[in-house]
Design a protein around this ligand. Structure first.
Ligand code: BEZ
Length: 223
């Protein structure tokens, strides 16, 4: 299993999904993408996560992020489970889940993408998939990867916050501080010189003075 590092091209593959066979790179096109994996169908934490991801799908769409889920069961299992997720979200039975779920019944993809959680095993004794989040850029490169154990559900609001930071910092020479939220001040990237900061950030740069005398805490409004 090759370890997937930030900046690597996200591997392309064909997968059986709840919307038919997809080629992942073609599916993503020139958009951002999120692939989020799940330990197994018909499990409670996963049901809450897939429900929340569906509720937030318009927010992902606003950010031009295509969503794909993955779970180790078959398409047939996924189709049955989706009915539960729809009911869990109190949606009408005719509601269409706004993203496909990849079937990975033999765990081939989970293994290839380094998603298996050796501490969590299914009834058959086989390791289940961890709760992996991969954010893929329009250049198909991996921008972020987070791995949660099966016991701990993700926070999809935090994932949207991270996407806002990734999309902003991909375009502008800034970084986002702890607990940053869109609209709050950002930090000038450390690689930007003082002259560069004046040129790039006409709205001004406010430098916090520190005992070291080093001027690295340079805040500027988010534009
Ligand atoms: C869950 O989604 O609830 C879950 C799945 C596998 C192991 C533990 C919890």
């Amino acid at each position: 299993m090759a370890v997937l590092l930030l900046g690597d091209i996200f591997p392309n593959f064909e997968a059986e999904t709840t919307i038919g066979t997809i080629n992942v790179h073609d599916f993503l096109g020139d958009r951002w993408g999120i692939l989020f994996s799940h330990p197994a169908d018909y499990t409670p934490v996963c049901t809450t996560e897939l429900g929340r991801a569906a509720q937030l799908s318009e927010e992902f769409k606003k950010r031009a992020v295509k969503m794909i889920a993955l779970s180790v069961n078959s398409v047939e299992d996924h189709q049955g489970w989706i009915k539960d997720i729809v009911a869990y979200n109190n949606e009408d039975p005719g509601y269409t889940l706004p993203y496909p779920i990849i079937a990975d019944p033999k765990r081939d993809l989970a293994l290839a993408l380094g998603m298996l959680d050796p501490d969590t095993r299914g009834k058959d004794g086989m390791p289940l998939t961890a709760r992996c989040v991969f954010i893929i850029g329009p250049d198909k490169r991996l921008k972020l990867s987070i791995l949660y154990p099966a016991t701990t559900g993700r926070n999809f609001d935090e994932i949207l916050r991270v996407i806002d930071s990734l999309q902003l910092t991909a375009k502008k020479r800034v970084t986002t501080p702890v607990n940053w939220k869109p609209g709050e001040d950002v930090i000038v990237h450390p690689s930007v010189s003082e002259e560069g900061a004046k040129a790039f950030f006409p709205d001004g740069v406010c430098t916090k003075q520190l005992p070291s005398g080093k001027n690295y805490m340079r805040y500027t409004p988010q534009t």
